[in-house]
Every structure is written in C-alpha cells, then in structure tokens.
Ligand binder design. Structure first.
Ligand SMILES: Nc1nc2c(c(=O)[nH]1)N=C([C@H](O)[C@H](O)COP(=O)(O)OP(=O)(O)OP(=O)(O)O)CN2
Ligand SMILES: [Zn+2]
Length: 134
C-alpha cells in the first residue's frame, strides 16, 4: 500500500487521573504522571488513496491544513484535561490517538483519501499507534 505521512509537533500539559479517585489513589495508579506536567508531543498522520494525475495522493499542504485546524489549533499549548473528549477518560496517548483518528477520518474521506494511521509520541521512546479496524 502506498501512503504519505506528515509529522506535527505540539506542546501540551496534562495529568493522568481517573475521576472519582482520590489524589492518593491516582498517585498509586499513575505515579508521577498524576501530577501536572507537559510533553512536546509528535503526531504522525498517514493517509492512502489513489495517486492523482498531479502525482499526489493528497497535497501535504492540504493535509497540514486539516490537521492544524482540527487538532493542533486545539491542542498546542493547551491543558488537555480541559477538553471535553477527556472529561471521562485519561489523557493517555492511547485515548488521544483514538480520538484524533475519529476526528480526522471523515475529513480525509471527504477529499477521497483514507486515513490509515495516527501515531502520537509522548516522549522520544514511547508512543501509541491506531490503524483502522479491518
Ligand atoms: N500506556 C501508556 N503509559 C503511560 C502513558 C500513556 O499515555 N500511555 N503516559 C504516561 C505519562 O504521561 C508520563 O508523562 C510519561 O512520561 P515518561 O517520561 O515516559 O515517564 P516514565 O517515568 O515512564 O519515564 P522516565 O524516563 O523514567 O521518566 C505514563 N505512562
Ligand atoms: Zn505525561
């Protein structure tokens, strides 16, 4: 399969916790990550589709515009826990990937491309990846 990928970066703060638990209980589960801290996240977005006569699946500029508008504008320099999508679930890279995939999929579908992978790196050596169900 032929795909194209663009990488984005955003800085955001978060803390990992479960609603309804005490600070002590959250600290037992999430350790230091239950305290407020931040990351420079790297987000990789991959799409596939047919190669158009211009030689492109999708212009990287259009890909960037969509991701900037739908994701980066909301998440860069944000406190992630404040967003509705994380009201009832922790701001792990797993949940972030699942949410971003859900948001972006229809945007690329409207342009005739298929979102095939979303990957978020929280640190240089820890990340999550989501691909569509087959
Ligand atoms: N499966 C997941 N595990 C963890 C996540 C996650 O999103 N998914 N997130 C965190 C925290 O956000 C934490 O900030 C991760 O930072 P990290 O530096 O990796 O923390 P560590 O203590 O594990 O690494 P050190 O290199 O020892 O500082 C935690 N887990
Ligand atoms: Zn963290």
């Amino acid at each position: 399969m032929l795909t194209i990928t663009r990488e984005f970066r955003f800085d955001a703060a978060h803390r990992l916790f479960l609603n309804g638990l005490t600070d002590r209980e959250n600290r037992d589960i999430f350790g230091q990550c239950s305290k407020l801290h931040g990351h420079t996240y790297r987000l990789r977005v991959t799409v596939s589709g047919r190669v158009h006569p211009n030689g492109m699946i999708l212009d990287f500029t259009d890909l960037k515009q969509i991701v900037d508008e739908k994701i980066i504008a909301r998440y860069d320099h944000a406190f992630l826990n404040e967003w509705d999508e994380y009201r009832d679930q922790p701001t792990t890279v797993e949940n972030m990937c699942l949410h971003i995939f859900k948001v972006l999929f229809p945007c690329f579908e409207a342009l005739g491309a298929v979102l095939t992978r979303v990957q978020i790196c929280e640190t240089p050596d820890a990340w999550a990846t989501v691909t569509p169900d087959v």
